[in-house]
Design a protein around this ligand. Structure first.
Ligand code: AMP
Length: 479
C-alpha cells in the first residue's frame, strides 16, 4: 500500500518520502484513515511500529486543512507524554512530517527554564507536546490555554500510569473542551487504562497491530543465567567478542547505570549513562553521541530510556531484568525498529528468576537460553524465595544470593567501591581497579583473537532444544 491511498495530502507525502518512507506501517495503514474520519482511537502498539506518524500525520493534515497559513494563537492539539525524551522525539516527528506546512509546534517539559516556554506560548502555538508536570505548572500560572484543543493524544498511556501521572492526566483533561478528538496509545492494555479510555474517549475504535504483550517477532532473544557478580564480565565479553557497535543496556538503578558505564569505559568500550539524575543537557548529549555513533553503548534506566528512538540499535541487553514484565517488551522494542532485525540478551540471576517467569507468562514464549562460561545453575533452577529479590532492611546494602552482604565472594560487584585496601571484589579475586587492567590485556589479546571470535555468528549454535550455546573462546586475559 502507498501513502497516497490513505488520502494524505501532497506536502505531507513529500515530507514522508523525504524521510525515506516507502509505504505505511500496519498501524499507520489502520489508524490514519480512522483519524482523518474524526474517530476516537485506542492504539495498542509497541514502540518501533511507527505509531508516532500514525497520529502525527492526521493531526498535521487536519490542522493544515483547517487553519492553513493563519498565524498560530493558542494550541489546537495537545500531545501528552511521560518523558522529555519522548516529547522531543515526537516534536521532531511533527517538524519532519510537517516540514512543508506552516504550523507551529512547541515542546514543554520540566528540568529546564520555564521562561522561554512562556515566551513561546505567547508568540502562538498550534501543537503542544508536553509532559504533565510542567504543563500543569503553566496551566496554574495561567500561561497556557487549552480551551481550543481539538486533538488530545495520550501517548504511552501505560507508562504514564506506571509513573504515577494518573492524577495529573485527570487534572489536565479537566481543562480540555468536551468536543475534541482523543487518541490513546499504549503498548499494553490494563484495567486502569480501560477505565481511563472509558472516561475520555467517545466510541473509540480499538486498533491493535501486534497481539498485546507479544514481543516483536523479529527480535532474537536469549537468556543468560548468571550470578549477579559475573554480569559485568559477561557484558564486556559479549560486546567485545560480538563486536557490538550500537548497544542499549538496561539496568535497575541510576547508580548502577553510572557504574556500568564507568566499567565499560575503563575497558575501552565507549559508553555513557542516561538516567533521571542527569540534567536534560547531559541526557541530550549522551543520546546525541549514541545516535552519532560516538559511543558504542548507552546504559539506561527504564524511565530515562522512554522515547529513545535510535535507528540501528543492534542489541538490547537487559543487564538487570525488569521487575514489571511489560517493561521487557518496551525495552527490547528499542532494537529492530521499523522492521529491521535486532537481538535482545537478558542476564538473569537467581533473585531475578521470578521476573523471568513473569515475562515468559505474558510473552507466552519460553525464551531460549544461551550456554556460556559464566552459566549459573543456581540462577537457572532458583525457585520460591530464592527466585525473588531479598527484602532489604533500612540502611542495608543489597544482599548477595546467600542472603548476606559480606564483601567476600558472592557480593554484587557494583555495590563495592574501588577500595585501596585491596579487598576482593568478586569470586575471581579481581579488584574493581582490575577492570582497567583487563582492558590492557584486552588490547594485547585483540591481536591474537581465536578464529571463533572473528566470526560472531559462530558463537551461537542454536540447538533444537531450548538452549543455545555461546562460546567465549578468548580467555587469556582472565584469572
Ligand atoms: P515509532 O514506533 O513511532 O517510535 O517509530 C519507529 C521508527 O520507525 C522511527 O524511527 C520512525 O522514523 C520510523 N518509521 C515510522 N514510519 C515509518 C514508515 N512508514 N517507513 C519506515 N520507517 C518508519
Amino acid at each position: 500500500m502507498e501513502f497516497e491511498s490513505l488520502k494524505i495530502i501532497e506536502p505531507i507525502i513529500k515530507a514522508l518520502k523525504k524521510k525515506g518512507y516507502v509505504e505505511p506501517t500496519p498501524i499507520q495503514e489502520k489508524t490514519i484513515p480512522l483519524l482523518l474520519d474524526n474517530k476516537d482511537v485506542i492504539g495498542i502498539a509497541q514502540t518501533g511500529t511507527g505509531k508516532t506518524a500514525a497520529f502525527v500525520v492526521p493531526i498535521l493534515q487536519k490542522l493544515h486543512e483547517k487553519i492553513g497559513n493563519i498565524k498560530a494563537t493558542i494550541p489546537k492539539a495537545l500531545i501528552l507524554v511521560p518523558t522529555r525524551e519522548l516529547a522531543e522525539q515526537i516534536t521532531e516527528s511533527f517538524k519532519a512530517y510537517g516540514t512543508f506546512l506552516s504550523l507551529k509546534y512547541l515542546v514543554i517539559y520540566g528540568g529546564v527554564g520555564i521562561r522561554p516556554q512562556i515566551n513561546n506560548l505567547q508568540r502562538g502555538v498550534d501543537i503542544l507536546i508536553a509532559t504533565p508536570g510542567r504543563l500543569l505548572d503553566l496551566i496554574n500560572q495561567g500561561k497556557v490555554n487549552l480551551r481550543n484543543i481539538e486533538f488530545f493524544v495520550l501517548d504511552e498511556a501505560d507508562r504514564m500510569l506506571d509513573m504515577g501521572f494518573v492524577r495529573d492526566i485527570n487534572k489536565i483533561a479537566s481543562f480540555l473542551p468536551k468536543n475534541k478528538q482523543s487518541l490513546f496509545f499504549s503498548a499494553t492494555m490494563s484495567e486502569e487504562i480501560t477505565r481511563l479510555t472509558k472516561k475520555f474517549l467517545k466510541d473509540p475504535v480499538r486498533m491493535e497491530v501486534t497481539p498485546q504483550a507479544t514481543p516483536i517477532e523479529k527480535i532474537e532473544q536469549f537468556i543468560f543465567f548468571i550470578d549477579m557478580e559475573n554480569k559485568i564480565e559477561l557484558l564486556l565479553d559479549l560486546i567485545d567478542q560480538q563486536k557490538m557497535s550500537c548497544v542499549l543496556v538496561f539496568v535497575k538503578t541510576k547508580h548502577k547505570a553510572d557504574k556500568v558505564a564507568r566499567a565499560l569505559n575503563q575497558n575501552h568500550i565507549s559508553a555513557d549513562a542516561i538516567h533521571g539524575n542527569k540534567s536534560q543537557s547531559q541526557r541530550q548529549i549522551a543520546l546525541n553521541d549514541f545516535k552519532a555513533k560516538k559511543i558504542r553503548v548507552l546504559v539506561a534506566t527504564d524511565i530515562a530510556a522512554r522515547g529513545i528512538d535510535v535507528k540501528n540499535i543492534s542489541h538490547v541487553i537487559n543487564f538487570d531484568l525488569p521487575n514489571e514484565p511489560e517493561n521487557y517488551i518496551h525495552r527490547i522494542g528499542r532494537t529492530a525498529r521499523a522492521g529491521s532485525k535486532g537481538t535482545a540478551y537478558s542476564f538473569c540471576s537467581a533473585e531475578e528468576r521470578e521476573y523471568l517467569n513473569q515475562i515468559e507468562r505474558i510473552t507466552k514464549t519460553k525464551t531460549p537460553h544461551a550456554e556460556h562460561k559464566y552459566h549459573s545453575n543456581l540462577a537457572k533452577n532458583a525457585t520460591g524465595r530464592d527466585a525473588k529479590p531479598k527484602p532489604r532492611t533500612r540502611g542495608q546494602r543489597p544482599s548477595n544470593r546467600n542472603g548476606n552482604n559480606s564483601k567476600q565472594g558472592g557480593s554484587n560487584w557494583y555495590d563495592q567501591k574501588s577500595n585501596s585496601s585491596g579487598r576482593k571484589n568478586n569470586k575471581s579475586g579481581r579488584r574493581n581497579s582490575d577492570f582497567k587492567n583487563r582492558s590492557n590485556n584486552r588490547n594485547k589479546n585483540n591481536q591474537s583473537k581465536d578464529k571463533d571470535n572473528r566470526n560472531p555468528k559462530s558463537r551461537f549454535n542454536p540447538r533444537k532444544s531450548n538452549s543455545s550455546r555461546v562460546r567465549m573462546g578468548r580467555t587469556s586475559h582472565r584469572r
